[in-house]
Every structure is written in structure tokens, then in C-alpha cells.
Ligand binder design. Structure first.
Ligand code: ISL
Ligand code: CA
Length: 574
């Protein structure tokens, strides 16, 4: 029997930015609960809630100081219980975010660990002595770069050693080599919530738990910078699959689903190690092939808009679709957005006019919803939310990754206005902040995210008077109405939409993305124009059998041309 999650659509919620129920400017759990009927009305099957645990919020809750309690502005454990019940009463499942590569430096475990070199929990985190240059200068144990920039090691003056933090300074990495640490994590971060009846987890940075224990220097890939990317030494390490089996056993006890985040893992054989059904580890993974497109080779932000080609995009799509081609026992996901990404319309669509914005948002929706794997939709994607306006000041960017990058450029360039301007443009294009702007519910001040007098933690996008849920609910031709139709046709034809075999018939085509999906009894033809000009196509030849147009984003449907950003999905019964 197909498990529920294979044909499911999962809606991702960022608690801080979804709905503020008490006008303190921060979204909260009661806010999410008040929107469950809306979420259900989209036609999704489950929600994934980003971290709501207690946290000093140096990385928006991905720095957990207590797994068994809530960040007070979001609510209480009782609110989570009410959310679980509210979901289940509506036939929705609920996934929480599991962040166990690191904790907050304010977690009690880390406080105990840093107390002294001989502390009982010293070994729960990764401590190493300094290296010294010939002239006695103190240096970190190796040259690894943190994913948020700078050295991945922080000096602890009191206990005179460095600790490892692959992310922010306030996110020390846990030492998974220690069995007591793992046991404590499984109990506190996993079973505490599984016992409350959640249906599973989205697992943060799941492939980074096992580090290469030599802690040797990473190869110099970026000679102009001191700190080097260390992904190859910290991802998919020697003991990772032993840890995955342990985690899988716990998930299995509760029949829980797990979707793991799998960056820096391009080889399908390596991906399968995590999601092969017989291995009983994870249910599925987020591969980064598609969302990483156009990133700078060494620094994500070191790039320019439109720095990608359609053949490159379709190669990346093919890569992730391979997991579901019928020859593997693995499973993957389809997504274009999440809380770490800029908005998909701003990256791959058009904001040149309201018409092209709506059309390209629908075209991208057709792309992702026609792919096999479990479908993920990020809050606001269903109404085509876009990146923050480029004329906003850089101070509107709140994310640690953005702030660190901008200060890095400031320092490196000696405050050079040209370099800083380029850095700002990179952030305008790719910052994680774009997805974190408040959800746009209606046209009232603060977009219905919070009351009119509240001051939202992030500025509300200027376009909320026209781009919001309320308006799009009333409009049968809106992006929102389109998503509802799309999710309905996907639900009605699960074999070909969620499980079909993906075939790209014309991988080198630079402007029109035409692909097929095949099941035993059906074929989908999907034709998407990625250009802002009319494109000639020959769909007549492909559609030689009786076909049905399932959906399209334009009125006329000639078989020999596609309007700018036009897309169509045809169904053929075979
Ligand atoms: O940052 C990256 C590369 O520059 C990503 O590959 C990153 O490792 C990955 O997206 C991890 O993200 C997750 O863990 C982070 C947190 O900030 C993100 O929000 C979360 O999704 C640390 O917990
Ligand atoms: Ca609030």
C-alpha cells in the first residue's frame, strides 16, 4: 500500500511570519490555529511547522535552547497540543522541525559542556585546542568556514579551547560520537513530541551529524579567502548511516514520517543511502539541485540574477526525478521554495507587469506540481508572493546569513560603496529574508498579518494592498485559485503526478520546457515557456492521441505557440 505521504502535498509554515494573534508583531501558534480552515481549503494533506522551540533566536529558532518548551512569543506546549488536535480534527497531519546537528549556546547542555575541560558534558560538543603560529599567534584548529561565513570555530576564553559551529557562533555542533548525547537527543528532541502525536519531522541538516574525525584542513577551493568551504568533510561522514538507522528505529516505533535536508549530495547512490525503503532510515529528502541553481560557486551570494540556463534547470530537475523513475526503492520531494530561499517568481518568473507576474507564478506552480515525489508548498507561494522591493534599505534584512555577508563585504572592501552596492543587489536577489516577510492576508495595514497598530518583526511588503489572500480568494483567475485547481488535479491523478516517470524529451531547449510524465495508464504532457516572448512549439505531434487539457494559464490554446510564460498540462489516457 502506498503510504499517505507519497501522494501528499505538505504546506510549510514559518511561525514568526504567518499570523500574529496578539499584535506583538510576531506570528504565533494561536495565529496558525486560526488559519487551519484556510490551510485545509488549499487541498493540502499536512503542515510542516518551522522551529517553535525555546530559543534566543540568533537563527530564527534553528538555535534551540530547550527542545521541550516553546519560544514564549509563539505560545506554549499546550498550544502545540491544540495545534496537533486542530490538524487531526481536519484530517491534516503535522510535522515539526528537528534541529539536532547543533543546539543554541544557551541550551543547558552547552552551558554544562563549556563549564570546564573536565565537565561531565564536555564531550557532548566538539572541543579542540588551538593551533599556534611560529610567532605564537593563536589560530583555530583548522581552516573550515562556517556556512554563515567566518571561521567555523569559536574560542572559549574561560576553558581555553575552541568549539565547532558549522552555522552561527551561537549554534555549537553536538558531538554525535558520544552515545549519551544521541540518547538524550532522541528522547528530548524526538520522543517528547512523537508521544504527543505528531506525524513526523522535517530533519534539519540531516547529513552533517558525523564529522570526519581527523578534523583536517579542507582543500583550498577559494584562495582569496582565509576560511574554506568544508562541506565534503562534514557532510555524509563515516558514521552517518549508523546514526540514521538509530533515528529510523525511533521513527518506526511511531510510524512517523521524516523528510531530511540533504545539501551537498549530488550523487544518486549517496541519496539512496538515506531513502532506500529497505534501509528504514528516512522517508524522503530535500535535494538542493534545483534551489541552488545560479548560486555563486564559492559564496552563494557571489552571483547575478538570471545566472542560469533552462538546460541547467532541467538537468537538475531530471536529477531529483531519477529517485522516482521506477528503478529505485527511494523517494524524494518536489519544491521551489522554503524559508531559506528567495521567492520563486522573483528568481525564475517575471515581475515586469501584473499580468506576467500572475502568469509566471502559475507556470512555476505547474512545473513543481507536475513533478514526482512529495510536493511541498511554502506559505505565500500559493499567492505568488515576491521578493522584498530592491529600494528597501539594507537594514530591513534581518537574517544572520545576510547580515554576516554584508559585513564581510564591508570589511573586505574597506567600506567600498561599489562593493556594498553589489552586495545589496545580491541580497535583493537571493537573501533568505525574502521568504520571511509577513504573510499577506488582506489589504488592511499590516496586511492582516497583525493588527493595524502592531509593528511586525519584519516589514510588510509594499504590494500587500493588491497581492493578498482575500483578494485572490474572490478572484477565480488568481494565482491562489489556480493552485487550488492544480492541487485538485494532482490529487485526482496521483499515479501520474506524484509517482509517474519523468522524461525530458528536449533537454537542450533553452526557452521552452516540455516534459512527459508516464504511469501505466496515463501520460502527462507539460509545456512551459520560460521566456518573456512568444515561442513556437510543436505540440500537435506529441498529442497524437485523444487528449484532455487539464490546466493552463492562458485562454487561447493553439498547439503551435506558447505566449510569454504560458504553461499547459495535458492528460492522455493510454
Ligand atoms: O546554508 C547553506 C549553504 O550556504 C545550506 O546548504 C544550509 O546548510 C542548509 O540550508 C541548512 O539549513 C538549515 O539549517 C540551518 C538554518 O539556518 C536553516 O534555516 C535551515 O533550513 C541551521 O540550522
Ligand atoms: Ca504574536
Amino acid at each position: 500500500m502506498t503510504p499517505w505521504w507519497k501522494n501528499a502535498t505538505i504546506y510549510q509554515i514559518y511561525p514568526a511570519s504567518y499570523k500574529d494573534s496578539n499584535d506583538d508583531g510576531i506570528g504565533d501558534l494561536p495565529g496558525i490555529i486560526s488559519k487551519l480552515d484556510y490551510i485545509k481549503s488549499l487541498g493540502v494533506n499536512a503542515i510542516w511547522v518551522c522551529p517553535m522551540y525555546d530559543s534566543p533566536q540568533h537563527d530564527m529558532g534553528y538555535d534551540v535552547s530547550n527542545y521541550e518548551d516553546l519560544y514564549a512569543p509563539y505560545g506554549t506546549v499546550a498550544d502545540v497540543e491544540a495545534l496537533i488536535a486542530g490538524c487531526h480534527a481536519r484530517g491534516l497531519r503535522i510535522l515539526l522541525d528537528l534541529v539536532i546537528n547543533h543546539t543554541s549556546s544557551e541550551h543547558a547542555w552547552f552551558k554544562e559542556s563549556r563549564a570546564s575541560k573536565t565537565a561531565a558534558k564536555r564531550d557532548w560538543y566538539i572541543w579542540r585546542p588551538a593551533r599556534y603560529d611560529a610567532d605564537g599567534t593563536r589560530r583555530p584548529p583548522n581552516n573550515w568556514r562556517s556556512f554563515f561565513g567566518g571561521s567555523a570555530w569559536e574560542w572559549d576564553a574561560a576553558s581555553e579551547e575552541y568549539y565547532l559551529h558549522l552555522f552561527a557562533v551561537q549554534q555549537p555542533d553536538l558531538n554525535w560520537e558520544n552515545g549519551d548525547t544521541r540518547k538524550a537527543l532522541y528522547e528530548s528532541a524526538m520522543e517528547f513530541w512523537l508521544r504527543k502525536g505528531i506525524d513526523g519531522f522535517r530533519v534539519d541538516t540531516v547529513n552533517m551529524y558525523s564529522k570526519e574525525q581527523s578534523f583536517r584542513d579542507a582543500d583550498i577551493l577559494d584562495p582569496v579567502n582565509e576560511w574554506q568551504p568544508a562541506a565534503s568533510l562534514v557532510c555524509n561522514g563515516p558514521r552517518i548511516h549508523e546514526f540514521m538507522r538509530e533515528m529510523g528505529a525511533i521513527l518506526g516505533k511511531y510510524d512517523a514520517v521524516a523528510v531530511g535536508e540533504l545539501p551537498n549530495t549530488p550523487e544518486i547512490a549517496d541519496v539512496l543511502g538515506y531513502v532506500s525503503e529497505k534501509e528504514k532510515k528516512l522517508s524522503m529528502v530535500f535535494q538542493f539541485d534545483i534551489v541552488d541553481i545560479g548560486f555563486g560557486p564559492d559564496l552563494r551570494f557571489n552571483t547575478a540574477p538570471r545566472n542560469w540556463t533552462l538546460p541547467d534547470l532541467r538537468r537538475r530537475v531530471r536529477c531529483t526525478q531519477r529517485l522516482m523513475d521506477g528503478t529505485t526503492d527511494g523517494w524524494s520531494t518536489a519544491f521551489l521554495e522554503n524559508h531559506d530561499q528567495a521567492r520563486s517568481v522573483s528568481r525564475w518568473g517575471s515581475e515586469a507587469s501584473p499580468e506576467l507576474w500572475a502568469r509566471s507564478a502559475k507556470m512555476l506552480a505547474m512545473l513543481v506540481a507536475s513533478l514526482s515525489g512529495t510536493l511541498y508548498v511554502y506559505q505565500g507561494q500559493e499567492i505568488g508572493m515576491v521578493n522584498a522591493p530592491a529600494d528597501w534599505d539594507v537594514s530591513e534584512y534581518k537574517d544572520v546569513d545576510s547580515i554576516n555577508y554584508y559585513s564581510f563585504v564591508r570589511e573586505k572592501s574597506g567600506n567600498d560603496p561599489v562593493a556594498l552596492d553589489a552586495a545589496k543587489r545580491s541580497l535583493d536577489h537571493l537573501a533568505r529574508d525574502h521568504s520571511r516577510l509577513p504573510m499577506q492576508w488582506d489589504g488592511s495595514p499590516n496586511a492582516g498579518f497583525a493588527g493595524e497598530t502592531a509593528k511586525p518583526w519584519m516589514r510588510v511588503h509594499d504590494n500587500y494592498p493588491t497581492l493578498n489572500v482575500e483578494r485572490q480568494t474572490l478572484d477565480q483567475t488568481s494565482v491562489l485559485s489556480f493552485w487550488r485547481d492544480l492541487l485538485r488535479v494532482r490529487r485526482e491523478n496521483p499515479r501520474v503526478f506524484a509517482e509517474g516517470v519523468f522524461v525530458d524529451s528536449d533537454p537542450l531547449n533553452e526557452s521552452v520546457f516540455v516534459f512527459e510524465k508516464r504511469s501505466e495508464t496515463q501520460k502527462l504532457f507539460v509545456a512551459l515557456n520560460f521566456m518573456d516572448e512568444v515561442q513556437a512549439v510543436d505540440l500537435k505531434e506529441k498529442l497524437d492521441q485523444p487528449f484532455q487539457t487539464l490546466l493552463g494559464n492562458c485562454d487561447e490554446e493553439p498547439l503551435d505557440a506558447l505566449l510569454p510564460y504560458e504553461g499547459r498540462i495535458y492528460l492522455v489516457e493510454v
